[in-house]
Unconditional design. Structure first.
Lengths: 483, 239
């Protein structure tokens, strides 16, 4: 077994800052000995000389505009849980320690093209999700966690390497139990190597059973069962923004973080999604909800972002946004290769890559404004065509209704009544009928029955028009235009 | 016909400043060559109407902006053979803000696969322009037809650039009132209905003369001819 430990040293800070591209000076404080003490501070705060360990009043004295957040361990745990959703793509065996994620990757290394590539991907995506990470690799879960905290980058993939890697670590890293630590300190042992040198029964007699047990687990000599994490049924994550965002385009930054997390989650499930539900939370206003549709199941954050950009451009914010949430309830089985290899949906349908345009247009203009067209087998001109989803395969296309006569290129949305003078229909002057009429009688079965004689007519200006005489109402109408 | 070509004998024009490849100038249509089209055959698309091809010096310019000016949105029928051919490709035929409903059975009867059509309708002028530009640029369309309300010259130039970028035919149907406006379009036609079809006058043609006109016979009987010749490849050298 090979455990990859991901330790998030700045997690207490990053749960607050990751919604923002740039944040002002911020500290996270924790109570310590009855006083608020700086636990973490970001780069902007460090520039003012603020360091972890300062008391809050001292920090405020250094920077008057300092933003202060209380450490929120529940939120940190939630963040770890969300990262587990993302990490599920690399390993089905995931467990936690505080600020730590542990993945069993021995089985999946080959799948991801070896350790360097896996690590590269982990690092890159976590950066995009908004967390800085340090990692370590070890054959036991306890050692992996310990090394990720104390010796980041360490890779101990054999038992000997593991023993060597942990030996140099101070004992204080291993346990916080003051009894055990005091005891070994009193007999002059500092590092883990010193303790390992002692006979185990002797150590157990002096320190109690806990320390030897820890050592055994560390070296893999005793089982170390951990509760196993299970992926959630839905993806639902929220990023609280530090302060408020009033510009819609600024929402794309946190939105992308959510999308990268989502796409990791979808890869873990072997799925893709077509429907993203966004929620924008405001301080004193009901939340704004909107959906984002994709024409095909996807798990590509860049593609999703591109589509969202179009959607967000025409979004009106009722109030500044304090948090952004993404929810995906259902997903479909998704083959990554579909996209890359086939590229088209058959000889008649536009290629998959062309759907990017469709998505752009649809998301910006709305689905009602971007339509496809198809023929429909009906003799009534109003019913001989239909709007449809763009690119829908047109089954009637192969055999349109044969009129055997000229048909106009354009059909008026509504037949337009024509003036009649001396029983001759007028359209900028009298119309000259060019041909014998074509009679269309249909529709008695669905309540929209027509009985019409259609003519091709020529106007004084030379236009060729499609007009009909309603045989029941006896009026003349313009219905289509040639040319 | 081509005096410069004859003088150097090697297809090059030498000036003190630079050496310009004459063939390249001709290919790009940057060199005026009288009645023959300045454009290379592969940059022209046969219109499917022999009489129109002759007028246009070979056919419709490809990857360029074409303006069709008329009184009442006429001229679509001139494009049917081209649209029929283009619709065989797995690319969209985008129609932005058409004035009426394109009658699908008629299009199908002329060989246009209506499944390739993408209608952009009920949009504002700005949205329509945006959609046209996006479609042209995307490389996912073989032709973009648009019926814009009003356009500035700068907007026309944007569309022209987008058409080149996406290798897409851009056809704008505009009012005759815009004929006086300057335009960067590669081809500007004035169209008016005259029995038995449409009279087409060239207002501007890149690499060629304006001012010529012809009558394209568009009627029930003439249509068949148009369809048949649409299968022919783009032949640009008819003298």
């Amino acid at each position: 077994m090979l455990w990859l430990a991901l330790y998030f040293p700045q997690l207490p800070l990053e749960v607050f800052t990751r919604g923002r591209q740039q944040a002002g000076a911020l500290v996270v404080v924790e109570p310590s000995a009855g006083r608020e003490q700086v636990s973490r501070c970001n780069g902007a705060a460090q520039a003012y000389g603020i360091r972890p360990g300062l008391t809050l009043p001292a920090a405020l004295a250094l920077c008057a505009g300092l933003a202060v957040q209380r450490r929120d361990r529940a939120r940190e745990q939630r963040a770890l849980d969300e990262m587990a959703s993302w990490a599920y793509q690399f390993s089905p065996r995931i467990s936690f320690e505080p600020s730590l994620l542990l993945l069993e990757v021995g089985a999946s290394l080959r799948l991801f093209g070896g350790l360097p590539r896996l690590l590269e991907m982990v690092q890159r995506e976590l950066g995009q999700i908004g967390y800085s990470v340090q990692h370590a690799l070890a054959t036991t879960v306890a050692a992996a966690g310990l090394l990720a905290r104390s010796r980041p980058g360490c890779q101990a993939s054999t038992t000997d390497a593991l023993r060597e890697a942990v030996a140099a670590l101070p004992l204080a890293c291993l346990t916080r139990d003051p009894g055990a630590r005091n005891l070994v300190r009193h007999i002059g042992l500092d590092s883990i190597a010193d303790v390992l040198g002692l006979p185990r029964p002797e150590l157990a007699r002096r320190s109690g059973p806990q320390l030897p047990q820890l050592l055994d687990r560390l070296l893999g000599e005793a089982p170390d069962p951990r509760p196993e994490w299970r992926p959630p049924r839905h993806f639902s994550q929220t990023i609280e923004l530090l302060g408020e965002i009033g510009q819609t385009m600024a929402l794309l930054f946190p939105a992308r973080r959510l999308m990268v997390a989502l796409c990791g989650f979808l890869r873990g499930l072997g799925g893709g999604t077509q429907r993203l539900q966004w929620t924008l939370m405001h301080r004193d206003h009901p939340e704004t909800r909107f959906g984002q549709g994709l024409l095909e199941p996807s798990r590509d954050p860049d593609h999703m972002l591109e589509v969202l950009r179009e959607r967000v451009e025409r979004l009106q914010l009722p109030a500044p946004v304090v948090a952004i949430g993404l929810r995906v309830d259902d997903w479909l089985a998704f083959e990554e290769s579909n996209r890359d290899l086939l590229g088209g949906s058959g000889p008649d349908g536009p290629a998959t890559s062309d759907r990017a345009l469709l998505e752009r247009l649809t998301n910006r203009l709305g689905g009602q404004c971007v339509r496809g067209l198809r023929c429909h087998a009906d003799h009534r001109p109003e019913h001989a065509w239909q709007l449809c989803a763009p690119g829908e395969l047109d089954t009637a296309d192969a055999m349109p209704v044969q009129h055997g006569r000229a048909q106009p290129l354009w059909l008026l949305a509504q037949p337009r009544p024509l003036q009649v003078q001396q029983s001759v229909p007028q359209y900028g002057g009298p119309l000259r009928l060019e041909d014998l009429p074509e009679r269309i009688e249909a529709g008695w079965w669905d309540g929209f029955d027509v009985t019409r004689d259609y003519f091709v007519a020529r106007s004084r200006a030379g236009e060729r028009l499609w007009i009909f005489r309603d045989r029941r109402g006896d009026g003349w109408y313009l219905h289509g235009v040639f040319m | 016909m081509m005096p410069l070509h004859g003088k150097t004998g090697r297809g090059r024009v030498c000036t003190a400043m630079q050496v310009v490849d004459l063939d390249e100038l001709k290919r790009n249509g940057a060199l005026w060559q009288g009645r023959r089209s300045g454009l290379a055959p592969d940059s022209l698309l046969s219109s499917g109407w022999p009489v129109l091809d002759r007028l246009l010096g070979g056919g419709w310019p490809r990857a360029a902006l074409i303006e069709v000016l008329s009184d009442a949105h006429q001229g679509l029928s001139l494009l049917l053979p081209l649209l029929a051919r283009l619709s065989a490709r797995p690319r969209w035929l985008v129609w932005v803000a058409p004035p009426h409903v394109p009658y699908a059975p008629a299009l199908a009867a002329h060989g246009v696969r209506v499944g390739q059509l993408l209608l952009v309708r009920d949009v504002s002028a700005g949205q329509g322009l945006w959609a046209a530009e996006q479609a042209l640029k995307s490389g996912a369309c073989s032709a973009v037809l648009a019926w814009p309300a009003q356009l500035q010259t700068a907007q026309l130039r944007r569309l022209q650039l987008a058409a080149e970028q996406g290798d897409c035919v851009a056809i704008l149907f505009r009012s005759v009132r815009t004929a006086a406006q300057g335009s960067p379009a590669a081809l500007r036609l004035l169209v008016r209905p005259v029995p038995p079809g449409l009279q087409v006058e060239v207002l501007k043609r890149r690499g060629g003369w304006g001012g010529d006109s012809c009558i394209v016979p568009i009627g029930p009987e003439a249509m068949d001819d148009g369809l048949h010749s649409s299968g022919a490849s783009s032949s640009s050298h008819e003298s």
